[in-house]
Ligand binder design. Structure first.
Ligand SMILES: NC(=O)c1ccc[n+]([C@@H]2O[C@H](COP(=O)([O-])OP(=O)(O)OC[C@H]3O[C@@H](n4cnc5c(N)ncnc54)[C@H](OP(=O)(O)O)[C@@H]3O)[C@@H](O)[C@H]2O)c1
Length: 302
């Protein structure tokens, strides 16, 4: 028999795909949204309003819920102005704080919270191969955000709630997220690698990510898990693979790093940072990826 799940960020790229899968499993999904226009009230799919910035939440969303899946957060793919940076950080930390204080105040019997996190927690490196135990960090904006985000899971443990952080890599989806953005210029015959093109990109097919969240849920896994395919690639190879599959030549020289930095400012980190991340821990726990190799994932998506 299905269970009732509370999902935040359910209207986003990952959330929509996860909701579909959970409904197909026979679960009931309650979701929190900051947009009143997105609230639906169907038998097994019910929306509730919240606004973590204003500390507002409709606590009816917790009725019958044992597991919370937290995907909420304002997009990092926007120009990193001072206001945007504040919103990227606080949308994540306030969301977890509000869920925590609601559970604590009303003593809702939540057993587990599974939260999105990101591989941006690992410092930029072309040589390291990151496992979950890695402890190093730096003062960059991305590291600060993800550390604070994961840090907000700890107080749930004091309430006896299991916590899981899923450090998501670059999600590949045909319609939304990174792939259409990278593919756009290639389609228009103006594609090329970014920077040296030698930086590592740890990607994951959207279907595998959704299956991984289900796996964590069903196996009640606790702790921190990387959610990346077993074979990360260098950025130049990602661009080459896309060009090959959509049958476009790559004429242009690589876009120099300084040009991207001038164009995008500090957020060029998203395009230029290197994180080669290991998938072994979740595989050792029994998870089987469907898409190990980039070419197979891209063939499927494109
Ligand atoms: N996609 C990736 O490649 C990737 C990689 C690493 C980590 N992640 C993380 O995984 C999570 C899900 O990713 P995604 O790609 O599905 O993100 P997404 O498409 O941007 O969706 C995120 C959702 O968060 C909610 N949201 C936006 N601003 C908010 C705010 N200020 N306060 C509260 N909620 C807000 C929105 O839902 P409502 O409008 O309904 O409120 C939105 O649908 C995010 O936290 C993201 O950082 C994603």
């Amino acid at each position: 028999m299905g269970q009732t799940l509370l999902i935040t960020g359910a209207t986003g790229l990952v959330g929509k795909a996860l909701v579909k899968k959970c409904l197909a499993h026979g679960d009931t999904v309650h979701y929190l949204t900051t947009r009143k226009s997105k609230i639906k009230s169907e038998a097994n799919y019910k929306g509730f309003y919240w606004n973590p910035q204003k500390n507002t939440i409709d606590t009816a969303c917790f009725d019958g819920v044992e597991v919370v899946i937290n995907l909420a957060g304002s997009s990092i793919a926007q120009r990193w102005t001072k206001a945007a940076k504040a919103s990227i950080l606080s949308s994540r930390t306030n969301a977890l704080e509000l869920i925590h204080s609601s559970i604590e105040t009303h003593k809702f019997p939540i057993q587990q919270i599974i939260s999105a996190s990101a591989i941006g927690i690992y410092p930029d490196s072309k040589t390291r191969y990151y496992e979950e135990e890695f402890q190093g960090t730096d003062a960059s904006f991305l590291r600060t955000v993800v550390k604070s985000w994961e840090g907000r899971l700890k107080p749930f443990q004091s309430l006896g709630i299991k916590t899981t952080a899923v450090r998501i890599g670059i999600v590949l989806d045909a319609k939304e997220g990174a792939l259409p953005k990278i593919m756009g210029p290639i389609k228009q015959y103006i594609g090329s690698a970014l920077g040296t093109g030698e930086h590592w990109q740890s990607w994951i097919h959207i279907d595998d990510l959704v299956r991984l969240f289900r796996f964590v849920l069903e196996s009640k896994l606790e702790g921190v898990y990387n959610a990346v395919a077993p074979n990360p690639v260098q950025q130049k190879d990602l661009v080459k693979s896309i060009a090959k599959i959509i049958k476009r030549p790559l004429f242009f020289p690589k876009v120099p790093e300084f040009a991207l930095q001038m164009l995008l400012g500090e957020m060029s980190a998203i395009a230029l940072e290197s994180q080669r991340v290991c998938s072994k821990k979740i595989e050792d726990a029994g998870f089987q990826y469907q898409y190990h190799e980039l070419d197979v994932a891209l063939e499927n998506l494109l």
